[in-house]
Design a protein around this ligand. Structure first.
Ligand SMILES: [Ca+2]
Ligand SMILES: [Ca+2]
Length: 184
């Protein structure tokens, strides 16, 4: 009996530890050459709550994706084929009044039949629900991957930071070099 309960907690812990709000490692530009807005989009590596994903995005200087029309949704949907994923659309502040977390005007939505239903209190939105529609889910309960959107490519290191990093390495190299010389 005791052994069984230990195995049970081990499984539970393994499950919990797999949730993490993680930044994308690859970003894709929806280029103006194909009718896009030149913004960059990326998918979280792991699944977590809408709230955790939104906090991560804001902390890193971008946002959960906001979708202005079906073309933008098609582009984003193809980054996570057939998987539910968070976007910025939410009614956390005022029930039944959905807004984009990045402040974009609401010009488009694509709810599945019967959604949003706020079932038991649902204030955040996933895409690719039952095909390619949207569903509202609990923003601090359900855990899926998230799609982020950034005006600039977050993977690119700004020139000023790059110069500072190179300068720092040069100083470090000099500091290591000198003691060796003085001992010789
Ligand atoms: Ca709601
Ligand atoms: Ca729902």
């Amino acid at each position: 009996m005791k052994k069984l309960s230990i195995i049970g907690s081990g499984v539970l812990l393994a499950g919990v530890s797999s949730w993490a709000a993680t930044a994308p490692t690859i970003w894709f530009q929806w280029s103006s050459g194909v009718g896009g807005n030149d913004h960059w989009y990326g998918v979280s590596q792991d699944a977590d709550t809408w709230q955790a994903m939104n906090n991560l995005a804001v902390g890193l200087g971008y946002n959960l994706a906001s979708l202005g029309d079906s073309n933008e949704e098609n582009f984003v949907s193809n980054l996570v084929p057939e998987q539910n994923a968070w976007i910025g659309y939410n009614d956390i502040l005022v029930e039944a009044s959905f807004v984009w977390s990045d402040g974009s005007p609401v010009t488009y939505f694509n709810w599945a039949a019967g959604e949003p239903n706020d079932a038991g209190g649902e204030d955040a939105t996933v895409i690719n629900w039952s095909g390619v529609s949207w569903n509202d889910l609990p923003h601090d309960g359900s855990r899926v991957q998230a799609i982020f959107e950034s005006v600039n490519n977050p993977a690119e290191v700004p020139e000023s930071s790059h110069a500072a990093a190179v300068g720092g390495l040069a100083i470090l190299g000099f500091g290591i070099w000198r003691p060796r010389r003085s001992r010789a």
